[in-house]
Design a protein around this ligand. Structure first.
Ligand SMILES: NC(=O)c1ccc[n+]([C@@H]2O[C@H](COP(=O)([O-])OP(=O)(O)OC[C@H]3O[C@@H](n4cnc5c(N)ncnc54)[C@H](OP(=O)(O)O)[C@@H]3O)[C@@H](O)[C@H]2O)c1
Length: 270
């Protein structure tokens, strides 16, 4: 059985652990965090998980280490694990936004290098409905790639990329994407209330419509454009709304907005 160790017991680590238990993936899980209250929460939810306040102790014999701390702490955490990682050569998986494989490898001691998988998950991972973009450096073996994929698949879908730069586009699409949908939902809810619906009715109608549209888009062989055309009959209500959205420049706005997000991701990685 593979042993995987989480460094950091926050939101993302907990959603991955929850997903791994639901998935019944057979791995031994260890979690390290400086705050015992955080570890206590892990122990009470998942009694089989081994916990430790000591990162170095927690990574002993680990096949994979998942770095699940905030990006601003990553350098300090990697450097403190440097000697042990160089000696043990486990697979290192980072879920931190904007931290490059080159930075991780340097902070982990450089030398001949360490197998590193860099991931870009998104917040729906918290409800096991995320999507993660993954990139592996050349030291990652096939079996380690499969292990990284099975861990991230516990909280949603996964897509591999051969070029790390693609993760900037992934950040602009799925990393920041939930916020775009929340904004659209927010705007729809405000408009629904202006049309006379109560706040709670508007919220339920909007959220379930978003969920239903996403489910349909995922399950249907049609493209989103085809699905839209199918529900937009000539002279109908949907067409009246779509015309307003198009004339208001919605498509161009998304193009500009997502280019700005990708550019910012590129800048932050540097
Ligand atoms: N949340 C998301 O949806 C999401 C999506 C995509 C990517 N990510 C990435 O996932 C990573 C984790 O995010 P999160 O939301 O799970 O953050 P979080 O809830 O703040 O969890 C981080 C945990 O690490 C602990 N920690 C701090 N220093 C540590 C150390 N030296 N050794 C071990 N543990 C330490 C923190 O303890 P304290 O609370 O005491 O600091 C906290 O419990 C981030 O890098 C983020 O960029 C998150």
């Amino acid at each position: 059985m593979k042993k995987i160790t989480f460094i950091g017991a926050g939101n993302m680590a907990q959603s991955l652990i929850s997903g791994l238990f639901k998935d019944e993936t057979s791995v031994a899980i260890c979690v390290a965090d400086p705050i015992d209250a955080q570890l206590e929460m892990i122990r009470s939810n998942w009694p089989d998980v081994i916990t430790s306040c000591n990162n170095l102790q927690a990574i002993k014999n680990a096949d994979a280490i998942i770095l699940a701390v905030k990006p601003q702490l990553m350098q300090q955490v990697c450097e403190s694990l440097q000697d042990a990682v160089q000696q043990l050569q486990p697979l290192v998986i980072s879920i931190a936004a904007g931290i490059t494989e080159a930075n991780l490898s340097t902070w982990l001691g450089g030398g001949l290098g360490v197998p590193v998988v860099r991931c870009m998950p998104n917040t729906p991972a918290l409800v096991q409905a995320g999507i993660t973009g993954l990139y592996a450096n050349e030291l990652v073996a096939e079996e380690q790639r499969n292990l990284a994929e099975s861990i991230l698949r516990a909280v949603g879908s996964t897509i591999w990329f051969d070029e790390e730069e693609k993760l900037d586009a992934v950040t602009a699409v799925s990393g920041s994407g939930p916020a775009y949908y929340f904004l659209v939902m927010e705007a729809m809810q405000m408009a629904a209330e202006k049309l006379g619906l109560s706040q709670s009715d508007a919220q339920l109608l909007v959220s379930q419509t978003a969920f239903g549209a996403a489910k349909l888009a995922l399950e249907s062989p049609d493209t989103p454009a085809e699905l839209r055309q199918k529900v937009t009959s000539k002279g109908g209500t949907t067409e009246a709304a779509i015309q307003e959205l198009m004339q208001g420049g919605l498509v161009e706005l998304f193009d500009t907005a997502m280019s700005a997000a990708a550019k910012r991701s590129e800048e932050l990685s540097k």
